[in-house]
Design a protein around this ligand. Structure first.
Ligand SMILES: [Fe+2]
Length: 329
C-alpha cells in the first residue's frame, strides 16, 4: 500500500474502545509490510492485555521500572533480557517457530545468556576445560544430514560451566576463555574433544529476573547440560544442548529447554573407545549423533507451518522475505 494513500483521521478523543484501531492506523504509514504486521499485532495484544487485566497505573510503572532494571544490569557478558525471555518461555517458543525440525533431525533449544565469541578453535581430541576439579569427559559426536550423509567442515561452537556450575564469564578474575571451544567436523562428520561432565547450576538470580522467579515461587536451576551451536553454509543454524538423564532438574528447567531427544546418558569408554581415543576404560564418555537440516528444508517447513498456523486463525498469508504477513484482499 502506498503510505501517502493512508487516510489518517485526527488523533483526538481517543477512548478505551477506539485507541487500538487509531494507533494501528497511524503505524500503518510504515512501508515495511512485515514491520507493519508485527506492530499491528503487538499493539493489539498489548492493549488487550491492559484492558483485560484492568492494568493500574501503579502496576504499569512497576513494569516499566522492572524493565529499566533489566536493562541496567546488562553488560558485555551479562544479558538479562535474554534471561527474562528464557524464563518467560519466549526464547524456546521463538526457536521452535523459526527453526522447525523435520522428524529425525536434531531438535534445537535455548541459546541462553552465556554464549561468547571468544572461544578458541581446538584440534580434534583437544581439551576445552582447564578445571582440574571436573570429572574428565570424552565427547565423541558425528554430524549427518537428513539423508544420512556425513557433513564435513561444520563449525561447532561448544560451551559448558566449570565444576562449580559457573561459566567463565561469571568469574571476575578470569584470565581468558575456559569451558568453551570451537571445533570442525572431519570427513566422516566426526568431531571429538575432552570436556568435563556437566553439573546443574542456577541461572544468575541476583538481579531483577531472579527476584521475579522468587516472587513466582520458582527455582532458578537448569539441569546439567552442554551447549552446541552448528554452522555450515546451506544448513539451518542449529542451536542446541545435550542434557544428562536423571538430573534432579530434568523436568523443571528454569528456562524450559529440555527435550527428550536431547537427553543423554554418560557411559564409560570401555575397551573400544579406550583404545581408539587413548583414555582409560572407565573414562566417562558422551556420544551423540547430530542431524542437520538444510536451509531449503527449513524454509519449506517454516512456510508450511506459518500457513497452517495463520489458517487456523482465519488469516490468509503471503510470505515476504521468508516471513508471513496477512494477504490483504
Ligand atoms: Fe547453560
Amino acid at each position: 500500500m502506498d503510505p501517502s494513500q493512508v487516510k489518517i483521521p485526527p488523533m483526538k478523543d481517543l477512548t478505551v474502545d477506539n485507541i487500538t484501531e487509531n494507533v494501528i492506523r497511524i503505524n500503518s504509514l510504515c512501508d515495511d509490510e512485515r514491520m507493519k504486521y508485527v506492530l499491528e499485532r503487538l499493539v493489539t495484544h498489548l492493549h488487550d492485555f491492559a484492558r483485560e487485566t484492568r492494568l493500574s497505573s501503579q502496576e504499569w510503572m512497576t513494569g516499566l521500572k522492572f524493565l529499566t532494571e533489566v536493562g541496567q544490569i546488562c553488560t558485555e557478558v551479562r544479558q538479562e533480557y535474554i534471561l527474562l525471555s528464557d524464563v518467560l518461555g519466549l526464547s524456546i517458543l521463538v526457536d521452535s517457530i523459526d527453526h522447525p525440525k523435520p522428524s529425525g533431525s536434531t531438535e534445537g533449544t535455548v541459546l541462553g545468556p552465556f554464549h561468547t565469541h571468544e572461544a578458541e578453535e581446538l584440534p580434534a581430541g583437544g581439551s576445552m576445560s582447564k578445571d582440574p576439579a571436573g570429572e574428565p569427559l570424552l565427547v565423541v559426536c558425528n554430524i549427518r544430514d537428513t539423508n544420512g550423509k556425513p557433513v564435513e567442515g561444520v563449525k561447532i561452537d561448544i560451551w559448558e560451566t566449570d565444576s562449580s556450575g559457573h561459566y567463565d564469564v561469571q568469574h571476575a578474575d578470569r584470565e581468558g576463555p575456559d569451558g568453551r571451544c570451537i571445533m570442525r567436523s572431519d570427513k566422516e562428520g566426526i568431531f571429538w574433544f575432552q570436556a568435563i561432565t556437566p553439573v546443574p547450576y542456577p541461572i544468575p538470580h541476583d538481579g531483577p529476573v531472579g527476584r521475579l522467579l522468587k516472587k513466582l515461587g520458582r527455582h532458578p536451576y537448569r539441569p546439567s547440560h552442554m551447549h552446541f551451536m552448528f554452522e555450515k553454509e546451506g544448513f539451518d543454524h542449529l542451536i542446541t544442548a545435550l542434557y544428562l538423564r536423571n538430573d534432579p532438574f530434568e523436568t523443571s528447567d528454569a528456562v524450559f529447554g529440555v527435550k527428550d531427544s536431547l537427553v543423554v546418558d554418560i557411559k564409560r569408554a570401555g575397551p573400544e573407545y579406550a583404545a581408539k581415543y587413548g583414555v582409560s576404560e572407565d573414562h566417562a564418555l558422551l556420544t551423540y549423533d547430530f542431524v542437520l537440516v538444510s536451509d531449503v528444508e527449513t524454509r519449506e517447513l517454516r512456510e508450511k507451518n506459518s500457513k497452517a498456523a495463520l489458517d487456523k486463525l482465519g488469516r490468509k498469508v503471503k510470505i515476504v522475505n521468508g516471513l508471513p504477513i496477512p494477504e490483504l484482499d
